[in-house]
Write a protein that binds this ligand. Sequence first.
Ligand code: ATP
Ligand code: MG
Length: 422
Amino acid sequence: MAFKVPRGTQDILPEQTPKWQKVESVLRELSRVYRYKEIRTPIFEQTELFQRGVGDTTDIVQKEMYTFDDRGGRSLTLRPEGTAAAVRAYVEHKMFGYPDQPVKLSYMGPMFRYERQQAGRYRQFVQYGVEAIGSADPAIDAEVISLAMDIYQTVGLKDLKLVLNSLGDKETRDAHRTALIKHFEPSIGEFCSDCQNRLEKNPLRILDCKKDHEHPLMSTAPALTDYLTESSAQYFNQVKNYLDVLGIQYEVDPNLVRGLDYYNHTAFEIMSTAQGFGAITTLCGGGRYNGLVEDIGGPDVPGIGFAMSIERLLLALEAEGVELEVGDALDIYVVAIGEEAKLKSAELISSFRTKGIAADMDYVDRKMKAQMKSADRLGAKFVIVIGESELEENAVNVKEMESGNQEKIEFHNLVNYLLEHK
Ligand code: ATP
Ligand code: MG
């Protein structure tokens, strides 16, 4: 029997990891610059955390979680997203007591959702996300959005669209909810069973339905933005003012609601507008969640964050034809002819590596010609060939592959030469 990766998962092969590492390094660097410190939480949590934190009526909780009982009979769930755990840790470690507020966190790691596999949708995928907890200042909403945009621009994406909405406050949501029920109720029989359940429980989620999004009642549904209270409208305007100052363009979409239950005020998505990106165009989703910390057992503290997957970021790069500059270059390949030369090669390579010079040699007893080919295939910047005469002279021709130029260098000067020229 031949084994295969589980459905919806993928191996990231050595040819692909340099791209991943490059993206990860951009994410780490921008987290540093924007000062979102990394938090690492377990891969699994108590199931109830997600029921509470993500919301009982969401697709994630209803259909997508990997939930199991451990041997002690506790119900655990592989994390489907990062916010609930970050907030759990924030509450558990009383970060609301930290002298510097808001607490700005970032995370990166695998998430698990039992979804139908398609391009850009996996059952295990890597999310990067941030949370700023402890501030209800519209300036931080803009900061969070600008960090997400900065990430995509830094990796070289151009075909981006930022879509923005406000979900308002509780009063807004209640008034909108009543209007939504009135709007959908007479025809709810034409909608999927999920939507029928949502009508009373959480009608806002109908707008986010993947099955019924073409139904004519969707586009005529009452818009949240028409129900914003004065203070919510004012908050939304301030967020937009900050975005304007930062030079970030956006489109307001009054029907944008995020998949998770805990959002209020600012909601946003970043989409790829690249041709050929496929059906799923959302790269990043985020928003404000002012009730979540309290729901998870903490004080009444506001928060905002976003999450993006690296898989979709890489798909967008591919769709736009952007080549990442990856740092996996081989500085020098040492070709050895004969047993004694091989000993010398091993010694030289070791001295290169201790100075951070990426070096390689042959380990499968290939002829000189095959070794040269190998050096070429591996993209070595320099090649040296060590045989009897080199051993006698204690010097070797260093060939720069691209130009073909050669220079004779004594063995003991090789490290310095390479450090200068690599
Ligand atoms: P979608 O509408 O695409 O299902 P979502 O609303 O479930 O997204 P969130 O839970 O907000 O998405 O997750 C934020 C981001 O995580 C998405 O914008 C996307 O980049 C990524 N993401 C979500 N689910 C997957 C998945 N199954 N595979 C890869 N990336 C994903
Ligand atoms: Mg989803």
